[in-house]
Design a binder for this molecule. Structure first.
Ligand SMILES: NC(=O)c1ccc[n+]([C@@H]2O[C@H](COP(=O)([O-])OP(=O)(O)OC[C@H]3O[C@@H](n4cnc5c(N)ncnc54)[C@H](OP(=O)(O)O)[C@@H]3O)[C@@H](O)[C@H]2O)c1
Length: 250
């Protein structure tokens, strides 16, 4: 039986992906900053462990507690919607610490065991925002584009050891806690950018547009982990698939 470790499983894509792997007979190590008993139904193949991807000690501890794994899914992430003028350097650091450095540090932590056994796969969840520039998402997009570049580059050095890297690019998923979490920490949008913000907000809540569901992401992550012939970049969600085709990616 194979084991996958997934980051950011308290809600959204991570939660759904953990359940998806359990349903398919995998052992799942579902990690989250604050483990709670009621997030998952009990399952003999499920372990819930504490992990904050921004803390080196937390990463060391979870890797030791987890034992051997076959796949790592770097899903934990935070959003930041505002004009560049409306964000603090501290909030920029937070986004990069979680989305970018957290992903790189987790990858670095699992590589030794994957290299030694000459097998393993790391799937990084980024976003379709990296395929097309959007308003008020410059910092978030930069944090995810860096992960794309990192993933494709490190994949080269790991190829001789039969260690695979993949990128899953979800589209807009209003059903997760992502926007709620991002809005909770959002500073006021500077007055000059309010018309842009209103247009973005109207676009986000437009009814009838195709969106991404957590299940789409779970399916794409499963393909990335289990199918060695899968492409490096896998769009997840109907909006993501449409955009990927538009930009000539798929
Ligand atoms: N929803 C979208 O529209 C969308 C679109 C494209 C890509 N994405 C990406 O998809 C991933 C999952 O997002 P989601 O939509 O499922 O959002 P979500 O419901 O907010 O889930 C994000 C998860 O990341 C965790 N997390 C945040 N900071 C962390 C840290 N320092 N260490 C460990 N875990 C941390 C959160 O845990 P806590 O409970 O501890 O906060 C939560 O479990 C993210 O990387 C996001 O950037 C989302």
């Amino acid at each position: 039986m194979k084991t996958v470790l997934i980051t950011g499983c308290s809600s959204g894509f991570g939660h759904e992906t953990a359940q998806y792997f359990l349903e398919r007979g995998w052992k799942v190590i579902a990690t989250m900053r604050t483990p709670k008993d009621d997030i998952f139904p009990r399952h003999q193949n499920l372990r819930v462990l504490a992990l904050d991807v921004t803390k080196e000690e937390s990463i060391r501890k979870v890797i030791a507690e987890a034992g051997p794994i076959d796949a790592l899914v770097n899903n934990a992430g935070i959003g930041l919607l505002n004009a560049l003028e409306g964000v603090t350097v501290e909030s920029i650091r937070d986004v990069f610490e979680t989305n970018t450095i957290g992903t790189i540090a987790m990858t670095q932590a699992v590589i030794p065991q994957f290299r030694a056994k000459k097998s393993g796969v790391v799937v990084n969840v980024t976003s379709t925002v990296t395929l097309k520039p959007l308003h008020l998402l410059a910092v978030y997009t930069a944090s995810k584009a860096a992960v794309n570049a990192f993933t494709e580059s490190v994949a080269l050095e790991l190829e001789p050891f039969n260690v695979r890297m993949r990128i899953v690019l979800p589209g807009l998923a209003p059903s997760t806690k992502f926007a709620e979490n991002a809005f909770a920490k959002m500073l006021p949008v500077p007055e000059a950018y309010m018309p842009t913000f209103e247009a973005v907000r109207a676009g986000l809540s437009a009814a009838g547009s195709p969106v991404t569901n957590a299940r789409d992401v779970a399916e794409a992550v499963f393909v990335a982990v289990t199918e060695p012939s899968s492409p490096m970049k896998i769009p997840a969600g109907s909006d993501a698939v449409i955009l990927a085709k538009t930009v000539g990616m798929a």
